[in-house]
Design a binder for this molecule. Structure first.
Ligand SMILES: Cc1ncc(COP(=O)(O)O)c(C=O)c1O
Length: 366
């Protein structure tokens, strides 16, 4: 009887909201297909565990975990401030950059407000828009699978509260130059917040520019979000940061749920900044593997969008589902976008070779 009765009354926005879809775990693919030795190239994670000094910092912090963390993450903000050469009042820290993105939605989007983002892009943008009962306005990508900023500019109205620009973009990997973003910003009212989501910043060619030094000082409505999840290999620790105008930072700070960034995460973030050179070497390895994978795919006849992050995107349209499944049945778990393409994380040389060989096998058999 009880089981038949509805429990609670979720807000309509939540009831109709799609759940966030994380990348499939290797163990799940193994169970589904009755295989062993599956590898996960589905979530743009770093293939290596965090470096020793990060693990040591987390371990040391665990001894004090009976206490609540510093809610404001003061030490991390100060360390970020000197590292980025930006005033500490311009910086905040959140529970991953998705946490900060959610805070931006909580701060700026009321029911009916518009949120503009090129699409396809990061999957949380429409999910968060729906959570707030906002109105998502998706603009098309261009023929190179990159953002069409003229289309973005045309979509922004006085009802637009947020514009979300992932650069490099997930899943296509293409990036925006700060010059092009500045042109867009010149035409946008300061009443609209423009979020530059740089989760993959460390993998980006520096010639695209740095929005923290070039755009934040010029445009008060720009917020840059970054993370320790990817280059620093801390996806499971959850810490990200945002840089913007002090008024914007103070507003979004109000929406951080208490103690959202654990003491372990704060200690890890500081250790990661301290280990910039060591982490830079790991990033360089991923970049050289990215170049090798792209070259090998090119030799096999693939035409890919410009890849500026730690993944490649195969825009194979309606064959995406079949090829994804063929890879997964052979133990290579990638991220499918049905009827559009497949995103594949760059990993260690061994795992990248496994992907390349398996893809060749799947293509030959399909
Ligand atoms: C574009 C983009 N932004 C943000 C994130 C989230 O990163 P974090 O682990 O910092 O929440 C991701 C993760 O995949 C991403 O692709």
């Amino acid at each position: 009887m009880n089981a038949m009765r509805a429990v609670g009354r979720p807000r309509p926005a939540v009831e109709h909201m799609p759940a966030y879809r994380p990348g499939k775990a290797a163990a799940q693919a193994e169970a589904e297909h009755g295989i062993t030795n599956a590898i996960k190239l589905a979530s743009n994670e770093n293939p290596l565990p965090p470096i020793d000094s990060i693990v040591a910092a987390v371990t040391a912090a665990a001894f004090g975990a009976n206490r609540y963390a510093d809610h404001r993450a003061t030490a991390v903000r100060e360390r970020l401030s000197s590292w980025l050469d930006v005033g500490v009042e311009h910086i905040t820290v959140g529970s991953g950059s998705v946490g900060l993105l959610q805070q931006l939605f909580l701060t700026y989007v009321d029911p009916g407000d518009e949120v503009v983002y090129p699409w396809r892009s990061f999957e949380v943008y429409p999910v968060y828009t729906q959570l707030m009962a906002g109105v998502g306005v998706a603009t098309p990508l261009n023929a190179d699978h990159a953002f069409d900023l003229a289309a973005v500019a045309a979509a922004v109205t006085d009802r637009t509260k947020l514009v979300l620009l992932a650069t490099p973009n997930n899943p296509t990997g293409t990036a925006l130059s700060t010059t092009d973003v500045a042109t867009l910003l010149d035409g946008i009212s300061p009443a609209t917040i423009v979020v530059i989501d740089e989760a993959y910043r460390e993998f980006l060619d520096p010639s695209f520019g740095d929005p923290v030094s070039e755009l934040v000082p010029r445009y008060r409505n720009v917020v840059v979000t970054r993370t320790f999840s990817k280059a620093q290999g801390m996806a499971g620790i959850r810490v990200g940061y945002a840089i913007g105008d002090p008024d914007v930072i103070a507003s979004i700070d109000k929406t951080l749920f208490p103690f959202a960034v654990s003491a372990l995460a704060q200690a890890a973030a500081i250790a990661a900044i301290d280990a910039e050179a060591e982490i830079g070497e790991r990033v360089a390895n991923i970049l050289s593997e990215r170049a090798r994978v792209i070259a090998e795919l090119g030799n096999a006849g693939w035409k890919l969008p410009d890849a500026q992050a730690n993944f490649v995107y195969l825009p194979i349209g309606e064959r995406a589902d079949d090829i994804y499944l063929g890879l997964e049945q052979r133990g290579v778990v990638t991220r499918p976008f049905p009827n559009e393409g497949i995103r594949v994380t760059i990993s260690t040389p061994e795992e990248n070779n496994r992907f390349l060989d398996t893809l060749a096998e799947v293509m030959a058999s399909s």
